[in-house]
Design a protein around this ligand. Structure first.
Ligand code: NDP
Length: 260
């Protein structure tokens, strides 16, 4: 963790949940931070706490990732404030209903902008700076980006898109002997207020602590590992889900309290 003192970090979706917890961990390791999300007042509070925890510097920028120019603007501002970038941690997600798909294509289009297009835009904008610093690009994804599940079709599709895109980009960077590492983080259910609100009474799948998830993401990035699976069994699920597809489907469809 000593190696994180003074590192320059941009964390998205840091007003709450796992992003907020990552900001606090980075702060307590003495990093220099720029955080972003939409709600300015909340971001200000997170920045204040980061400074009190030991961040060398902490700034926020309010931005809406559905806006086509905001992803670039946020990276530009981070580069200007921090003078470069060591970690670009892409973590934000737009709100999406936990319900059966009812044909709202417009919502999927919007969610793709927030959860996918803004990620690739920010990654491209930050890549040269990461190359210079031998930095890391961190993509916070989900088990639902490896295995489709009911009630979250729009969300699942954005996570599959991220895994596909950044998996391909990682090959390309490797083939170019790039300095930049890409860590793709596969998370199971984490106890953030937004996630808990959605699944309350619907599933008995255990939720894991957001602070620990955040720390695992930070360690994965700092050690330049290509993948994180947290909690550990998400790795087993990813490996075994295709061995007996009908058993997997049965388990998935019966792990929710759903009455037709
Ligand atoms: P939260 O819903 O708690 O936080 C989402 C963050 O994104 C907030 O800071 C929110 O702030 C910001 N945000 C929402 N919409 C926008 C927008 N249009 N533009 C910019 N920022 C926006 O998410 P979690 O902490 O639960 O999840 C974090 C990551 O972990 C996500 O990538 C998620 O997919 C992944 N993950 C989470 C799991 C879980 O169970 N919690 C499970 C698997 C993966 P604001 O409202 O201020 O904009």
């Amino acid at each position: 963790m000593e190696s994180l003192r003074g590192v320059r970090v941009l964390v998205t979706g840091a007003s709450t949940g796992i992003g907020e917890q990552m900001a606090y961990h980075y702060a307590s390791f003495g990093a220099q931070l720029v955080i972003t999300a939409r709600r300015e007042k909340v971001l200000q509070q997170v920045v204040d706490k980061c400074l009190s925890l030991g961040a060398q510097q902490a700034f926020y920028v309010a931005a809406d990732m559905a806006d086509e120019s905001d992803p670039d603007r946020v990276v530009e501002l981070a580069l200007e404030k921090l003078g470069g970038l060591d970690y670009l941690v892409l973590n934000h997600i737009g709100p999406s209903p936990f319900s059966m798909w009812t044909g709202d294509v417009e919502h999927v289009r919007w969610l793709m902008k927030v959860n996918f297009f803004s990620y690739i835009q920010m990654a491209w904008k930050g890549l040269a700076a990461l190359e210079q610093s031998r930095g890391s690009l961190v993509i916070v994804s989900s088990l639902l980006g490896k295995m489709p599940s009911p009630f979250v079709a729009p969300y699942t599709s954005t996570k599959f898109a991220l895994n596909g895109f950044f998996g391909a980009l990682r090959h390309e960077l490797g083939m170019k002997n790039s300095n930049v590492s890409i860590s793709i983080c596969t998370l199971g259910l984490i106890d953030t207020p937004n996630a808990m609100d959605k699944v309350k009474g619907v599933t008995n799948v255990p939720a894991y602590p957001s602070s620990e998830a955040a720390l695992n993401i930070i360690i994965t990035a700092a050690t330049r590992q290509p993948e994180l699976f947290y909690p550990w069994f998400t790795y087993i699920v990813t490996l075994t889900k295709d061995w007996f597809p009908s058993v997997t489907d049965y388990i998935i469809q019966n792990s929710y309290n759903y009455i037709p």
